[in-house]
Ligand binder design. Structure first.
Ligand SMILES: [Zn+2]
Length: 100
């Protein structure tokens, strides 16, 4: 770094934390963590680890990916049943509904 440049200039120019005081509404003013809108004291990088890094992970059947996959399949089944109803040709008995 050149002698005339202030090495802290880039640090001072960093984006600021978006958090506001709950007492007086004043802005936090601390630098935001890279990739976050808040500083390290206001929740950046917070929360439990994702996926298999989380201590409660067992088999992945409750993972966001698995749940979304099941929901997608259920939506496809529901759409197919609606089409079948429209065509008045039931694809099969609907659970909880007496067969027509
Ligand atoms: Zn903050």
């Amino acid at each position: 770094m050149k002698g005339d440049a202030n090495p802290m200039q880039s640090a001072h120019a960093a984006p600021r934390c978006q958090a506001r005081s709950k007492r007086n509404g004043a802005a936090c003013r601390a630098p935001a963590v890279r990739g976050w809108t808040v500083c390290r004291m206001h929740g950046a990088r917070g929360g439990a680890p994702e996926g298999s890094r989380n201590g409660a992970w067992r088999h992945g059947g409750r993972s966001r990916e698995s749940i979304e996959g099941r929901e997608g399949i259920a939506a496809l089944i529901e759409a197919a049943q609606q089409i079948a109803r429209v065509l008045n040709r039931r694809a099969g008995p609907t659970p909880g509904e007496p067969p027509a």
